[in-house]
Design a binder for this molecule. Structure first.
Ligand SMILES: C[S@@+](CC[C@H](N)C(=O)[O-])C[C@H]1O[C@@H](n2cnc3c(N)ncnc32)[C@H](O)[C@@H]1O
Length: 212
């Protein structure tokens, strides 16, 4: 198991409670965006954690698929009654994503890509999995806080592994031509009081451009 997986495994039992303390609200984000997912759609949550966002999309005949590198997170997601029917995998985002080409109508990847060194590969996988005109919403931690103060990379670590923060430019460079940016915003995520900054996320909605 990777160090990242071990770290999130330890966090899994208290993850939902910690979210409230941290002020990270992934369900609120997809609800308010709004990220429309049609009835009957196939939804893939990459780095699904305990499955709260999949639960938000459950019902209306949607097919739910999630993966996460942490077996503990996947176990916690499987305990959610509302997503018992979901197809949940222990899987790393660095590998080919566990979905056939053009099979997913909506991809969600929130607060996960900052743990993935190969960001360009992950965006390529989003492009590969999405159906033509399918949409993705991703959030990636920024190197600049809400007040515009640059944060040295890795000054906050989750466990002992590096957290790959990304600037707008890094993100732009990784988005392949088959994905069109529909909307992008910076959003406050959580405060690191002892270090005096507010963590900020890039939130980007993408659309799969057909025939690219
Ligand atoms: C901060 S949590 C976010 C979980 C959920 N998406 C949310 O917004 O609440 C990060 C999640 O990404 C997963 N993760 C980290 N690196 C990963 C990787 N390389 N491949 C797949 N999942 C990963 C972790 O196990 C963890 O569940």
């Amino acid at each position: 198991m990777t160090e990242t997986a071990r770290f999130f495994d330890e966090m899994a039992p208290r993850y939902d409670a910690d979210l409230e303390v941290l002020g990270w609200d992934p369900v609120g984000l997809v609800r308010d965006w709004p990220f429309h997912v049609a009835p009957g759609a196939t939804v893939l949550d990459a780095g699904c954690g305990t499955g709260a966002v999949l639960e938000h999309f459950s019902g209306a005949g949607r097919k739910l698929v999630g993966f996460d590198v942490s077996p503990g997170m996947i176990r916690a997601a499987r305990r959610r009654r509302s997503i018992r029917v979901a197809d949940l995998h222990v899987h790393a985002a660095e590998d080919e994503w566990p979905m056939p080409e053009a099979s997913v109508d909506a991809v969600v990847a929130l607060a996960m890509l900052e743990f993935v060194e190969t960001l360009d590969r992950a965006f390529d996988e989003i492009q590969r999995c999405l159906t033509p005109f399918g949409r993705a919403i991703v959030s990636i931690e920024d190197v600049v806080d809400a007040d515009g103060v640059a944060r040295p990379s890795h000054e906050v670590r989750y466990g002992r592994f590096p957290l790959w923060r990304r600037s707008w430019d890094d993100v732009d460079l990784c988005i392949p031509p088959g994905l069109r940016v529909v909307r992008r915003e910076k959003r406050d995520a959580y405060r690191v009081l002892e270090l005096g900054f507010t963590c900020t996320y890039h939130v980007v909605e993408l659309e799969r451009v057909p025939d690219v």
